[in-house]
Design a protein around this ligand. Structure first.
Ligand code: ZN
Length: 186
């Protein structure tokens, strides 16, 4: 049975919108981007750090998922869930090196514009910008990065207050109910 596409979790940050394309139903994880059409839908909904490519194909989908998997593992590891793999760092860095950019002076005083070296394909440029957004969160590192470890969620978010455990009240309630049930079963 297919999982209904939902972008309700998009947080408005390119790094998180990228990683939050795997969701939990109960405790089971589901891939939301399983076709080029799904990817098109995500491109329409997500916060993009660069121009939206006009269209995407199966090769783009594979490249997207390859980088997304690495980014997701690294971000989860940084949030205290799972292992930090050197191979994932390599994947991220290779994407960055695949489409280097230079900060050039913008037209207004005091402005900077990032400009790609050469003429990368629009999707290659977008992936490199997504990798850069993830890099910036990890390199900071952002101490407010957290994973909402509730059934039906599992999304990464930035805490709005210290020690915020759940992305929202609904997840806190679901987690408490799940705990109550498992306690009841001994
Ligand atoms: Zn949540």
């Amino acid at each position: 049975m297919g999982i209904e596409l939902t972008w309700e979790w998009l947080e408005g940050y390119p790094s998180l919108d990228f990683a939050n394309t795997v969701i939990r139903r109960g405790w089971t994880e589901h891939e939301l981007v399983t076709s080029a059409d799904d990817l098109e839908s995500w491109l329409d909904a997500a916060a993009l750090p660069g121009p939206r490519p006009t269209s995407v194909d199966e090769d783009d989908l594979r490249a997207f998922l390859h980088l997304r998997d690495a980014a997701l593992r690294l971000l989860r590891a940084a949030a205290g869930h799972g292992t930090w793999h050197e191979s994932d760092v390599r994947t991220l860095n290779e994407t960055l090196l695949g489409s280097p950019e230079v900060m050039v002076l913008g037209e207004e005083p005091g402005s900077l514009v990032s400009r790609a070296v050469g003429s990368p394909a629009p999707f290659t440029l977008l992936l490199a910008r997504l990798a850069a957004a993830v890099r910036d969160v990890l390199a900071g590192p952002r101490a407010d990065l957290a994973l909402c470890d509730a059934p039906g969620c599992g999304q990464l978010f930035f805490q709005r207050r210290t020690n915020q455990a759940w992305c929202g009240p609904a997840c806190g309630n679901r987690a408490r109910v799940a705990r109550h049930h498992s306690a009841g079963q001994g």
